[in-house]
Every structure is written in structure tokens, then in C-alpha cells.
Write a protein that binds this ligand. Structure first.
Ligand code: CA
Length: 316
């Protein structure tokens, strides 16, 4: 067997990694509760950080599948409509950002039947790291009342191989307490959160090595992926093999654990210092490279997700 495995295995340096699956549908949830709270504090300071529906319904939207790219793909800064002072302009985004997320691919059709949270791994095949690139200035102007549109659809990057849920079985954990109790269709009898370490680094084109700017963990999701899928399937829509679901930005509760520049620089008010060069960053500039890694740490072994990396290029 070992010989057959060796024959079928290739060193990563010897191959070109490609998109694991070209999804026909891409859905982006918003289940990182610390991220959602931080965004609420920044954009709606006069209200409670979380909207009243947040702890009842897993918030999400249908994203754009055609611009899901494999790690390593260059990211062109998007142009878009924005409000600048009193003017409405169509210009390159000045607030380009990343979002640290995990994603799961579907392996089996639901044929329009509902899916219970405990049936999650009968439908979901495995996980990837997702960088859901975002243009905050475009987003701020367009997102009400229907939600994100062009601020998100220009690029989403995924890591090049899928880690199966079988491999992640030892890393299932209970999530944070959910209050109020979710409706019955969102209730699971088993733990469906995962203990996976996440890390983001940034390297400007002047730096020789990347600097870690965020450490987080998938345990900071409020809604589990199993609940996300149960919610998506609950209205009778058809879940198809190859569909990609992203969790939403996974920030931890503390500084240094924030999974976007928006939060890490607190809307640009607290620029990040790049220690090697003394440069500062609020949002991403041309030439910046963002790399995300993830791993599950077992006793004496590690399950790695590889990385999702992308360099920002000027607007076309
Ligand atoms: Ca997102």
C-alpha cells in the first residue's frame, strides 16, 4: 500500500495547484460574531452592535461563483461607485480589504429536501481557507437595503486543496452558548464547531518577510457550518455538489485577532505598523501580499490546510 501511495503522491513544489472545484454557487455567511459586532460598532455606533435578528437567523447572501480563484491568483483593485464627501464617484477602491474565512464544499445533492444540522457531513465534503476580498468604500455606499454586491464579487480566493471532514473528526468541539435557543430546525445533538487555528500575514512590496497581523480560530463562529447548511436548505432550495459556502469573517474577541483590515485598523483610525520597514497600513495598497494559513493541531500531528495567498495589483 505504501508503495502505491508513494506512486500517487507528488511534492507540492512539483505541481501546479488549481482550483479544487469550480463552484456553480457561492454563498457567504456572516457567522463570526466578533466581526459582526465590530462592524456594527463602527457603522452603526448609535445602535446595539448586533442587529436583533443576528442570534436567531444565520445571516448570509448569495455571492458570485465566477470569480472564485485559487490561491496565488493576482487580485486587481476594483473600481466602483463610492460616496466621497458630497460627491458620488466611480474610482478605484481606496479601502481594499481581506476577510479571513473558512469555507466548505458540498459533495452530494439535497434534491430540495431539508438538511438537519446533524446530517452535515453527509452533504459537506471538506473545508478550505477563504479570503473574501472586500472593498469597504464601495460596500458602504451600496449595501443598504439589499446587502453586499459589487464590493465583494470581484474576487474570492480559496486554498487549493479540500481537507475532508473525516480528517477533521477529532477536532469537533462545542461552540459558544447560543441564546436564545435556536429554532428546532437549527438544533443539533452533536458538537459541530471545529478547533482550527487561523493566521493572516501581510507583506508590503518593501518587506522581505511577511508579518503576522492576525491569529484567530474557527471556534469564534456563532453559527456552526452545520447550522449554516441546515438554514440554507430549509426553504427547499437545491444544494448541489461543488457549491461553496464561506463562514463569514472569523475574528477573535481581542486586538491581534481581527480577521480584516477594517477591524485591525479600526476603520483606518489605528494604522498597523509594519515592523521591518516602519510603513503603516490602514487598508491594502498595491503590491501588498496577504497570506492566510490554517491548521488543526493534534497530539503529535498537524492537519494543514496549506495557504491562500494573493497580491494586490493596480486597478486596470
Ligand atoms: Ca465575507
Amino acid at each position: 500500500v505504501r508503495q502505491q501511495v508513494r506512486k500517487a503522491s507528488f511534492a507540492i513544489e512539483e505541481v501546479q495547484l488549481t482550483l479544487p472545484v469550480s463552484p456553480r454557487a457561492f454563498v457567504d455567511f456572516y457567522s463570526g460574531i466578533h466581526h459582526a459586532s465590530n462592524v456594527g460598532r463602527m457603522f452603526r455606533p448609535e445602535q446595539a452592535p448586533l442587529l436583533p435578528n443576528y442570534r436567531h437567523v444565520p445571516i448570509g447572501y448569495n455571492g458570485r461563483a465566477s470569480t472564485v480563484f485559487v490561491s496565488g491568483t493576482d487580485i486587481k483593485r476594483p473600481r466602483g461607485q463610492q460616496k466621497r464627501g458630497e460627491n458620488v464617484v466611480f474610482e478605484p477602491s481606496r479601502e481594499l480589504d481581506f476577510e479571513l474565512e473558512m469555507g466548505f464544499y458540498i459533495g452530494r445533492t439535497s434534491e430540495g429536501r431539508g438538511i438537519e444540522p446533524d446530517e452535515f457531513t453527509e452533504y459537506a465534503a471538506g473545508m478550505v481557507i477563504v479570503n473574501d476580498w472586500s472593498a469597504r468604500d464601495i460596500q458602504r455606499w451600496e449595501y443598504q437595503p439589499l446587502g453586499p454586491f459589487l464590493a465583494k464579487s470581484f474576487a474570492t480566493s480559496v486554498s487549493p486543496y479540500i481537507v475532508s471532514f473525516d480528517a477533521l473528526e477529532p477536532f469537533r468541539i462545542e461552540g459558544m452558548p447560543q441564546d436564545p435557543e435556536p429554532l428546532p430546525y437549527l438544533q443539533a445533538t452533536q458538537p459541530w464547531h471545529y478547533d482550527i487555528e487561523l493566521e493572516v500575514s501581510l507583506k508590503t512590496d518593501k518587506m522581505t518577510k511577511p508579518q503576522v497581523i492576525c491569529r484567530s480560530n474557527t471556534k469564534h463562529l456563532y453559527w456552526s457550518m452545520a447550522q449554516q447548511l441546515a438554514h440554507q436548505a430549509s426553504n427547499g432550495t437545491i444544494i448541489e455538489p461543488g457549491d461553496l459556502y464561506a463562514t463569514g469573517t472569523i475574528s477573535g474577541p481581542e486586538e491581534g485577532q481581527f480577521g480584516s483590515m477594517l477591524e485591525a485598523s479600526w476603520k483606518g483610525e489605528k494604522p498597523l505598523l509594519m515592523e521591518e520597514t516602519g510603513e503603516t497600513r490602514t487598508f491594502l495598497e498595491d503590491g501588498d501580499t496577504v497570506a492566510m494559513t490554517a491548521w488543526a493541531q493534534g497530539e503529535g500531528y498537524t492537519i494543514g490546510f496549506g495557504e491562500v495567498i494573493g497580491t494586490v495589483h493596480p486597478a486596470g
